[in-house]
Design a protein around this ligand. Structure first.
Ligand SMILES: NC(=O)c1ccc[n+]([C@@H]2O[C@H](COP(=O)([O-])OP(=O)(O)OC[C@H]3O[C@@H](n4cnc5c(N)ncnc54)[C@H](O)[C@@H]3O)[C@@H](O)[C@H]2O)c1
Length: 295
């Protein structure tokens, strides 16, 4: 299989990630189907895309005609068979639950053409934990986009022990076609590259705070002004959702049993209090309206 064999892409899951990944595919010239189990999720996806892409028009990032063509390549369905029966490439972006993903991959494997590549956008579930439910483990890999996918220009393409070089090559070529920088990871590792680095930084930042060495606001200032990061670790936790990092660490701790992986107390307190960051109006900082920091 080569890049020119990919004409039709199915994106499974229309949530925060799925709808924007699908838009990238449609903008890249692919006939793209977005599938979700919930009709309201599809309606919200459509609304969000009309709003987001309206801003692209206002900023002159795309012409009206090009956008209309891209929207015409995009279709929405709650019928899995319809989504994948003619597809060449599947990008799964459903809820981060292993059993849900395994069931979905098994169903897709039965319904999709034998040549289709099946990629998962999971942040923490390596494709080797899913590939064995399919009859094509050599065609399964991770294709990890970053939030928000319409903005962030990086995709980690991760090979498992069974992923073929051909699958990795075609996936990287699809990244290029949809104007994203695809980077190959030849082996699976927890958090892949970006999140492994990010978790290491966050872990040290939380330790410094919990040990009373520095206030969290000052840690953010140091990271921004000395390391030149655009956001400090606490600001970034608020942006991505404190619960997201907490549950990922909890899963890792369950797997390794290593006390070093145990979620820090200060994170646990925030999750228990429901102060999860920008989405709840309060996390490490306080926010009003569309994520504007007030304190
Ligand atoms: N949010 C992020 O920052 C981020 C970044 C990179 C990768 N990811 C990964 O992307 C995936 C999706 O995350 P999200 O943040 O978009 O989640 P989300 O909760 O916003 O969306 C998940 C969508 O999946 C749908 N869904 C659930 N079960 C389904 C099924 N069986 N079939 C079809 N649709 C189903 C839900 O209705 C929902 O619309 C996860 O694997 C996550 O690890 C998330």
């Amino acid at each position: 299989m080569e890049l020119h064999d990919v004409k039709d892409i199915a994106v499974l899951g229309a949530g925060s990630m799925g709808h924007q990944i699908a838009m990238l595919c449609a903008l890249g010239g692919y006939s793209t189907t977005i599938y979700d189990i919930q009709e309201p999720a599809l309606e919200k996806a459509k609304e969000n895309l009309e709003f987001q892409m309206g801003k692209w028009i206002q900023k002159g990032k795309i012409s009206k005609e090009a956008l209309e063509e891209a929207f015409a390549r995009l279709s929405y369905t709650t019928n899995l068979e319809e989504a994948v029966r003619n597809t060449d490439f599947v990008i799964e972006a459903v809820v981060e639950k292993l059993d849900v993903k395994r069931n979905l991959f098994a169903a897709v494997d039965r319904l999709a053409p034998a040549h289709a590549i099946l990629a998962s956008n999971s942040s923490t579930i390596a494709s080797s934990k899913i590939a064995d439910v399919t009859s094509r483990p050599e065609k399964v890999c991770n294709m990890h986009f970053f939030f928000p996918a319409l903005v962030m220009d990086c995709v980690e393409v991760v090979m498992s022990d069974t992923t073929s070089q051909e699958t990795a090559d075609v996936t990287l070529a699809v990244c290029e076609k949809i104007k994203r920088t695809g980077v190959l990871l030849r082996k699976e590792t927890w958090g892949f590259v970006a999140n492994r680095l990010l978790f290491a930084l966050n872990k040290e930042a939380l330790k410094l705070y919990e040990e009373g060495i520095c206030d969290y606001k000052d840690i953010d200032i140091i990271v921004k002004k000395s390391l030149n990061h655009p956001l400090g670790p606490f600001e970034l936790m608020d942006l991505s959702g404190i619960d997201v990092g907490y549950y990922a660490l909890e899963e890792k701790y369950k797997e390794t049993g290593n006390i070093e992986d145990k979620p820090p107390v200060s994170l646990e307190e925030k999750v228990n209090a429901g102060t999860l960051g920008r989405k709840t109006g309060k996390g490490w900082y306080e926010y009003k309206g569309a994520g504007v920091k007030v304190k």
